[in-house]
Design a protein around this ligand. Sequence first.
Ligand SMILES: Cc1cc2nc3c(=O)[nH]c(=O)nc-3n(C[C@H](O)[C@H](O)[C@H](O)COP(=O)(O)OP(=O)(O)OC[C@H]3O[C@@H](n4cnc5c(N)ncnc54)[C@H](O)[C@@H]3O)c2cc1C
Length: 500
Amino acid sequence: MGFFKLIFQLLLIAVIVVSVVAVYFSSQKQQFSSVDLDSYVENEVSRAEPVATLSKVKPVTEQEIVDLIAATAGTVTVSGVHHSLGGQITYAHSLFLDMSDFDKVLEFDTEAKLITVQSGIKWSQIQQVIDPHNLSIKVMQDNNDYTVGGSLSVNAHGRFVTDGSIINSVKSIRIVLPDGQVYNASPEQNSTLFYGAIGGFGGVGVIVQATLELVDNIALERSTRILSFNEFNNYFKGNILNDESVVLHQAILYPPSFESLRDVSWRKTDKALTDNRRLQENEDEPWWESVLLTLKAKSSMMHRFQKNLVDPYLYNDEVVVSRNLETSYSLRNSGFINSDESTMVMQEYLIPVNRFEIFVFNLRDIFSRHQADIFKILISYLPQNHDGLLAGASAQVFSFKLIYLQGKNKQSRRQVEAWTSELVRASIESNGTHILPYLIHDSTRQLYKAYPASNKFFELKRKADPADRFKNLFWEQHRHAVYASAEIKLKVPVNSTGFQ
Ligand SMILES: Cc1cc2nc3c(=O)[nH]c(=O)nc-3n(C[C@H](O)[C@H](O)[C@H](O)COP(=O)(O)OP(=O)(O)OC[C@H]3O[C@@H](n4cnc5c(N)ncnc54)[C@H](O)[C@@H]3O)c2cc1C
């Protein structure tokens, strides 16, 4: 082990030296940084900043939100912490509600394992409150940077094998509709509003409050295994899905050949923790990490280095940690980089489990023809989810999260657009679903195909927002479908919606 460690460290130093020299000579002007979340998202990726907003407001009370909406007849856009990537929080000359200061815990019942929060709170803030009580968030994304409102509005999911999407952990929400009225919604009360606003991309109203289920902060033990892509499905069914002790699961599908995976599962255990930290500290990564990551995304040699040397080393030890420690990674520690010339971004596809292999064949072919700079693909599982109005088509699915490097010049954007539209087509042909909080490259026809209940959502939007005030670039793209047959009223009578 000592010898292996030494070899590994020497190799790492050699790679860093070569990388630094290569990067220095290839682009003397290029500045690398660990991800600066504000500029990364607002300016570079989600296009939130380049459009002029009428006014940007950071409300702190529900009444303020009601008053702000009532005071304007114009467009309203809502945002959490701006991590959606395709203009889902952007609309020119709108009232821009930035919810990030609307972040209080309103009620916390440790016995019932329920927490009620204002919607601008981030997962990381909730973890700080619940961890001392040994409780944990039931469903969240892979990282803890996002707001509850932003996560509900995209019906986010993570690595939780049995719990699926976030909607499965929500008891109730409170929402301000465009007419200024406030409603409670749950599976029992105003259920259409509940199932539409969750996953509704800010198109129905402002979610102001949510009551979320919590679970115990149990100990988890990591296990890992290398598999060929055509062994993965059987292995998953036999060893992960049929094993109730598995809580978290994710596999890394390695570029550039996409032939092998590293399966990583976390099972409940009674063993003692090997790391006693409660939550991740999430400090910025060192500058050279960005250099390495950029090279990794671009070079087959670096991919092989990661797969054959770095990961075997990283996954070698026995690890037992608390659920909260393993679910409190920030994007800062997840290799999302930003430089003058390129930025690391994401896309996601949900593919029925029985189409796993065919989709791998398809993406392999698409990426090799387009010479895409794919950094890695993460595979996780989602059980059947027909609850949200904007839920995908299929029963059990594997989620393919693609992390790739996108240049900031036109040519690079066009290249990504070209392979993305092929991938969206391949996903739909497999009865899959392209996930929506990322760059917009799909058409309304494709939205209908991937989200068969879209019409029900459009019906709700017309009813809740007849004057089409809650907008963003995502909804603008599908506006003609939403309002095509509707008579658009410009003035909304109070309580015209029929919700109780
Ligand atoms: C690097 C990266 C990794 C990601 N990983 C995952 C992952 O593992 N799993 C996953 O499911 N997703 C993932 N996502 C997507 C992420 O979950 C969404 O982008 C999420 O919306 C981000 O939350 P936010 O607070 O930044 O929301 P924002 O981007 O600010 O807003 C997202 C949407 O929610 C609406 N919205 C925000 N707050 C409210 C509110 N209070 N009321 C009504 N509407 C509101 C906005 O109008 C917008 O349409 C990832 C995104 C990135 C960039």
